[in-house]
Every structure is written in C-alpha cells, then in structure tokens.
Design a binder for this molecule. Structure first.
Ligand SMILES: *Cc1c(COP(=O)(O)O)cnc(C)c1O
Length: 349
C-alpha cells in the first residue's frame, strides 16, 4: 500500500546511508547505552549530536531526550511548579498539554492561534512575580497550520513570559536548510527561550532535543526528571542521527519535492466537495466531521491500496474527524494523482 499517514516527511526513515551509520554505531558502541546520561550513558556520539543540533538551530546548546513526549513533559515540569503559570494553545500536542498539567502550575488554554484571547487572558490573570510560560506547537500536528510566531514573541515579551515552541513538524521541512520555523523567521533565544524538536519525524530516526541558552540546558540537566531518570538513547542512534542531520541540511530537493506534491494534491482536489484546511505543510487534513465519514473514506482508499489513517476524537475535537494526509518527499507524482482520483471517486465526496 502507499502510505499517506507517516511523519517521515523527508523520506529518510528508510535511507541506506543512515542505516549504514546506525550499523557502524552498533559496531562501535553496541545496541544499548546501558545507563542514564548522568550515570554513564552519555557518549561522544551523544555529545557530538548535541553540538551539531545546537549549531543547526543557531542556538548555544542542545540537550537530547529519548522522545518528544518525554522532552515536552520533562521541560515544562522542570521550569514550572505550584504558583507559576502556563498558557497553551488548545490544539497543542498532547505531550505539551500533559507537561502543563503535570507541572502543577496554573494551567490555562487559549483558542487555537487566537493571540487576542491569549493577551486578554494574560491581562486578566494576577501573575505577580510568578514564572509564566507560553507554549505552542510550531506546525500543528492535526491541522498542518503554523503558529503565529511573531505575535507570540511580542505577547510573551510584553508580559515578561517565556515562549516555548515545539517544532516537531517544522525541523527538516521549514527553512532553506530545514532549520525550522524559529530560525527560518530569524527569531533567536531571546525571543523563543525554549525550542523543542523531535528526531522521529523528518530526521527519520528517533528521540528529541531541546535547544536554548547554556542556563536553560544546565537547569534541565539538574532538574528535568525525564532527562535524569531514564536510559540515554542508544549511542548508535545518536551516531546515525548525525548522518541524518547532514542529509537534512544538504538535500534541498526533498523540501522542494514536498512543496510541489502538496500543490499537485491541492490542485487535484480543487472544485471537489471536500473541506481541505488551508495548510501549506506536508500535513493536509480533510475534515469530514463524523467519525463514520472518516472511516468510510479511509476504507474506500484502503481498497485502492492507499493507506490514510482516519483521525477521530480524542486526538481531534468532536465533530472534526478527518483524514490526515501527509505528503512526503518519498512520494511520487503518480502516488499523489492516484490518491486524488481515489478521493474524488469516494461515494460521499
Ligand atoms: C510527534 C510529536 C511529539 C512527540 O514526539 P515523539 O518523539 O514521537 O515522542 C511531540 N510534539 C509534537 C508536536 C509532535 O507532533
């Protein structure tokens, strides 16, 4: 089947060069790191990857986590506690929402990308001298749209808050070299104090990283329980990810291919009776409403060799069940036209 449901945006999860580096890493370091970073699990491979990621994002330092979920919960929990404040976009990834709740800070969400509401909330909240963190996805995982980064930066500055952006879907895809939404828009560590990226999507491996100032990273090393009390990712994985990072930076054609295929997909469905969200990213959701409608079309596509997982509540709000089509650099034009024709021929379309 042709997979239109993966986050392997650049088509690197099956790349032979990265697989070779992974094998080399296993030869050298074995399959497991054997301990947490602070005990004895941290190797030169981890260290080099952290330095390369800091360099890639144009920020002083980076810290590896075993997954994006662990990073998000671990960072928010390390920075905030009882009496602090966290403001989150309603459509933030579950790990960001969980991090906010687990931190025991006062948690408030604002309607999706509605910075006006965020400002009103900030103005009406008695914050005093408590720490305040505003948290948003860079590219929203279920809608495919970007956050309003400039407005978030201004709002955070105006309210003496820190801004945390999770760019899980932007790294590798957004920017000339895949440097992500924040660097591509020329925002630095003073604008976005906490920046998270994951390695299991465009990088084609697994794990995650946080980047920021030296102080931020030292604080996380001392206080982030999801960093401290967990086994370090295998060194071989870090080694493989270094190769992946080189490919991400240099193979621009992969990003261009996505743009071309997305255009083809959207043009193909033009004039057709489906609701495409206004996304220019790899994530192209078709909102159908009822869960049954999403299941019906997914089955119709499956019979035609096209794999598109229907997304239903609680992953998305009630009434917005959808097909979440993801278009990657590994697709061919003919894959996309096949998908377009199959969607057009669905009984309910
Ligand atoms: C996928 C994703 C995560 C989780 O990353 P994992 O490495 O899969 O745990 C976090 N945030 C966002 C926005 C994501 O899309």
């Amino acid at each position: 089947m042709i997979n239109f449901s993966s986050n392997d945006y650049l088509g690197l999860a099956g790349d032979a060069r990265i697989a070779k580096a992974f094998a080399e890493g296993i030869e050298k370091w074995g399959t497991g790191s054997g301990a947490s970073h602070l005990i004895s699990g941290h190797t030169a491979a981890h260290h080099e990857l952290e330095e390369s990621l800091a360099d890639f994002t144009g920020r002083p330092r980076a810290l590896l986590y075993s997954s994006g979920y662990a990073a998000n919960v671990g960072v928010i929990n390390a920075l905030l506690s009882v009496g602090d404040f966290v403001f989150e976009d309603r459509l933030n990834h579950a790990s960001l929402l969980d991090g906010g709740w687990i931190s025991r800070a006062n948690f408030q969400w604002f309607p999706h990308n509605d910075i006006h509401s965020l400002c009103s909330l900030l103005q009406s909240t008695e914050i005093g001298t408590a720490r305040t963190l505003i948290v948003s996805d860079g590219t929203f995982s279920m809608d495919g749209d970007y956050c309003d980064l400039a407005a978030l930066v201004d709002t955070a500055n105006a309210h003496n808050a820190w801004l945390m952006i999770d760019d899980a879907h932007g790294f590798g895809v957004v920017g000339e070299c895949g440097e992500g939404l924040v660097a591509a828009n020329e925002f630095g560590v003073d604008d976005v104090q906490v920046l998270v990226g994951t390695l299991g999507k465009a990088f084609g491996t697994a794990g995650a990283f946080v980047t920021g100032t030296d102080d931020l990273i030292e604080t996380l090393i001392q206080r982030s329980r999801n960093y401290i009390f967990t086994t370090a990712m295998p060194a071989a994985l870090a080694h493989a990810t270094k190769t992946s990072l080189e490919i991400v930076k240099s193979e621009n054609w992969r990003r261009r291919r996505i743009v071309e295929l997305v255009r083809l997909f959207r043009q193909g469905l033009d004039g057709c009776n489906v609701t495409l969200l206004p996304s220019i990213s790899s994530i192209q959701p078709i909102v159908l409403g009822a869960p049954e409608s999403a299941l019906d079309i997914a089955n119709h596509l499956e019979q035609r060799g096209l794999f598109v997982t229907p997304i239903r509540p609680p992953t998305v709000p009630q009434g917005s069940s959808r097909l979440r089509v993801t278009i990657t650099a590994a697709h061919r034009e003919s894959d996309v036209t096949q998908l377009v024709e199959a969607i057009r021929s669905a009984p309910t379309v």
